[in-house]
Design a protein around this ligand. Structure first.
Ligand SMILES: C[S@@+](CC[C@H](N)C(=O)[O-])C[C@H]1O[C@@H](n2cnc3c(N)ncnc32)[C@H](O)[C@@H]1O
Length: 402
């Protein structure tokens, strides 16, 4: 399987009626405009960050002269995405902020050498940049209109601009990278997180709340334990599988987006409406309730000393009581179709996950490993080829298993 020129690379796996792997090797807006309306259930992606790295391919995003142009491009992307997303769909945007800097941008050879050393020798990018006399975010001071050393606040600016176009901004998640290298700055804490924003085109959308839980474990009877997922997601720093891509996801991030944003039970082959999972609550998790301060029956009867109602404040004892009560496991017990055209959930087909800046296909692997179909868009021919060689075969295997 080889990719030769811009266009759609599609893999039709044996024994399935629709493709599980599609890769548009072209500019993101051109591909989105060519895609069928309402064909994607969730999009999980990280665009090229503004002026952080040069992917060495003409038409790439991230090299816009000003911050305003970069934000306008992403707003345009969300405009196109709105048509492509199913009305019940969601979009997850990952972005890391930078600091306004002057200085000389890196040459392509320097970026390559830096990426190689970071991957092979775990050498911090910032230290490499300093040793070689360039800045990772070179030119951001000029292009942002901000003074040197000011935070750009780009994740927030982008998400607010998208919100203003009518999208619902539903969650702000901090991706904490537990073992990332320290930055060079000596006058502030070293940044160790990125942001992830959850958007939806309407106020009601598909979200499988029980698909990913904090401290999740499953009993032999199928009860899924753990508390509701929180907004800080901690993983180790990401590592490129191909050793050629400088900026990949940690696979846990798209895995969560895929499980939360698409139905494990698939969707209607006609209108693509998701099949809704129905969960039943199980017996209370007594051990966890006791660990969190419950009595032998897992209950909490403590009373606050102040009159919280009179002060118009929340009573912490009441909150604790409610939290202990909610410590129950869940189990998938039934399915409900959400459209008139699907007569039985047995006829459902896999939901579809999109990554419009798919790099080496981390989102694609997460989608396929969880039985979903994948659509990627990637401009760089080398990155696209890697996906065709390494991700597409997973789709073909999944197609045979189904
Ligand atoms: C931050 S990386 C995404 C990496 C991906 N999340 C992964 O885990 O592999 C951004 C990708 O967007 C691609 N890209 C840049 N400009 C593009 C454009 N205009 N259209 C499509 N892809 C583009 C780059 O080649 C790069 O692979």
């Amino acid at each position: 399987m080889t990719y030769s020129q811009p266009g759609l690379f599609e893999l039709q796996p044996t024994f399935t009626v629709h493709s599980l792997f599609r890769l548009w090797v072209m500019d993101v807006l051109a591909a989105l405009r060519a895609m069928p309306a309402h064909s994607v259930h969730t999009a999980f992606f990280s665009p090229p960050y503004w002026k952080v790295r040069d992917y060495g391919v003409s038409g790439q995003w991230g090299q816009e002269a000003t911050m305003v142009e970069h934000i306008a491009n992403l707003v345009q992307l969300f405009h196109e995405l709105r048509r492509v997303l199913h009305p019940t769909g969601t979009a997850w945007l990952n972005y890391q902020d930078a600091t306004a800097q002057n200085g000389r941008p890196a040459t392509e050879a320097e970026i390559e050498a830096c990426a190689r050393r970071t991957i092979e020798k775990n050498y911090p990018t910032d230290q490499f940049a300093k040793a070689n006399g360039w800045n990772r975010s070179a030119g951001t001071a000029k292009g942002s209109g901000l003074k040197v050393k000011q935070m750009l606040m780009l994740p927030q600016r982008i998400s607010l601009a998208i919100q203003e176009t009518g999208w619902w901004l539903r969650s702000e998640i901090v991706w904490e990278k537990s073992n990332c290298n320290s930055e060079n700055a000596k006058d502030r804490p070293s940044r160790s997180h990125e942001m992830i924003y959850l958007f939806s085109p309407s106020s009601r959308y598909f979200y499988d709340i029980h698909a990913v839980r904090n401290n999740q474990w499953t009993s032999p009877e199928g009860w899924v334990y753990g508390s509701q997922l929180r907004t800080v997601w901690k993983t180790t720093a990401a590592r490129s599988l191909s050793k050629a891509h400088p900026a990949t996801f940690h696979p846990e991030l798209p895995r969560r987006g895929v499980l939360l944003g698409t139905s494990s039970l698939g969707c209607c082959p006609e209108c693509l409406s998701p099949v809704l999972p129905i969960y039943e609550p199980g017996p209370a998790d007594l051990a966890a309730q006791r660990r969190c301060g419950g009595n032998s029956k897992g209950e909490y009867h403590g009373k606050g000393r102040r009159d919280y109602a009179a002060e118009g404040a929340q009573d912490p004892s009441e909150v604790k009581r409610r939290r202990l009560k909610s410590m129950v496991p869940y189990r998938l017990c039934a399915a409900r179709t959400s459209c008139a055209c699907l007569r039985s959930p047995d006829h459902a087909i896999p939901c579809t996950v999109l990554d419009p800046f798919s790099g080496e296909g981390t989102t694609g692997r997460a989608a396929l490993m969880n039985g979903r179909a994948y659509v990627g868009i990637e401009l760089h021919p080398g990155h696209a080829q890697w996906q065709i060689d390494n991700v597409a075969p997973m789709a073909s295997l999944l197609g045979r298993l189904r």
